[in-house]
Design a protein around this ligand. Structure first.
Ligand code: GLY
Length: 383
């Protein structure tokens, strides 16, 4: 039944990407009334549409980001059950592929760097194995004979973000969520230090007891919200297709990562080649130079890439914080506001656990503002 437009909803979620939709679905499952406000004509038209979908806490691990690594590992463990439940709830396959990943080095410098990456991961107790080039090529025959060294990371997988968005939107709607597309937020309204709703372009106001800011890189620019140190980091990406794909004739089975990029096989002849890391503000243009570098580097390691057909070129904006970790949960400065942004390179991976943390906050439980991911850690730091 359509929601009464004059009623106050429990939760208004700004942003209908993977994070916003996962929160909406989980919140509705806990009995809250939820309205998602998505400015695109369909859900998931921001970073979710561009993302490759790697679920890769081990290959993304960084010695200075241990809390983020723990969160990533927790979310990676949650993904299979999340995907299963999502498929049951939506009737749509979210495209989870337990592919594993290889990280490859193409020269001596990269091989030395890879040895250091291996050492760090062994120290952290992560599942990773050093492979000689011959062993790597036995696993993935499409790798160039010039590969110097490889790491096998069997626990890093991938999902298809566009399929995840489709499934989440279905599941959310079935759970009673109102999903408003073409809804551009003008401002979050407040009274006496607490949110009261969201004003939309065109004059509508969605009255809400709580507001979740899940608008990716744009979350920091929403009028009426406290300032947060969030910046966009551009990633350019190519979607490719193997015209000769067939049973037993796939170019790659595993994700292949290399210095500056990655190649993610979907398992059906489609590949995603990404991604640049560029600090250019809110620019989503696709540049010849960015794509050239991706194709050059990937082609050196997997020459068969040059035979693939280009289906799409795009650029998205990762929402990045100073410590590369997300902002999750209640805001200290404005009652009723909950952050769900700052996922940087890990938005798809962190969706299940982010939804749980934020919905715990919405329902009054969980880790609250004291967690390592609370916005309060940046008090006094502005973009
Ligand atoms: N998760 C990889 C990227 O952001 O490019």
């Amino acid at each position: 039944m359509p929601q009464d437009p004059t009623a106050t909803t429990d939760v208004a979620v700004i942003g209908g990407g993977i994070i916003g939709l996962a929160i909406a679905w989980r919140a509705a499952q806990r009995g809250l009334t939820v309205c998602v406000l998505e400015r695109g004509e369909q859900p998931g038209t921001g970073a979710s549409r561009v993302a490759a979908g790697m679920l890769a806490p081990v290959t993304e691990a960084d010695a200075g980001e241990l809390a983020l690594l723990e969160l990533g590992l927790r979310s990676a463990r949650a993904w299979p059950a999340f995907a299963h439940e999502l498929e049951q709830a939506s009737g749509a396959d979210p495209g989870l592929r337990r592919s594993g990943a290889l990280v490859v080095a193409r020269d001596r410098d990269e091989a030395e760097a890879l040895e250091r990456e291996l050492g760090l991961r062994i120290e952290l107790g992560l599942e990773v194995q050093r492979l000689l080039p011959s062993a790597a090529r036995r696993l993935e025959p499409a790798l160039a004979p010039t590969v110097r060294l490889a790491l096998d990371v069997p626990g890093d997988h991938c999902a298809d973000p566009r399929a995840v968005v489709h499934a989440l939107a279905q599941a959310a709607r079935r759970a009673g969520v109102t999903l408003r597309t073409g809804a551009t937020v003008e401002r979050v309204e407040q009274d006496a230090g607490r949110v009261t709703g969201v004003a939309l372009a065109g004059g509508d106001v969605v009255r809400a007891r709580r507001v979740v800011a899940a608008a990716g890189a744009w979350s920091g620019a929403i009028a009426g919200l406290p300032r947060i140190p969030l910046r966009p980091v551009k990633g350019q990406i190519l979607r490719l297709r193997d015209p000769d794909h067939g049973p037993g004739r796939g170019l790659l089975e595993r994700i292949v990562r290399f210095e500056g990029g990655y190649l993610v096989p979907r398992g059906d002849g489609r590949y995603v080649l990404g991604a640049t890391m560029e600090e250019r503000g809110f620019d989503t243009t696709v540049s010849a130079g960015g794509l050239y570098e991706l194709l050059r580097d990937a082609g050196e390691l997997v020459p068969g890439v040059h035979e693939l057909v280009i289906e799409e070129m795009s650029a998205g904006l990762r929402p990045a914080t100073p410590d590369n970790a997300p902002l999750l949960g209640p805001a200290a400065e404005l009652e009723g506001l909950h952050w769900a942004t700052g996922h940087h390179r890990n938005g798809i991976l962190l969706a299940p656990v982010s939804a749980d943390i934020v919905v715990d906050g919405l329902t009054g439980g969980g880790e609250g503002v004291g967690s390592a991911f609370a916005a309060a850690r940046f008090s006094g730091v502005h973009a």
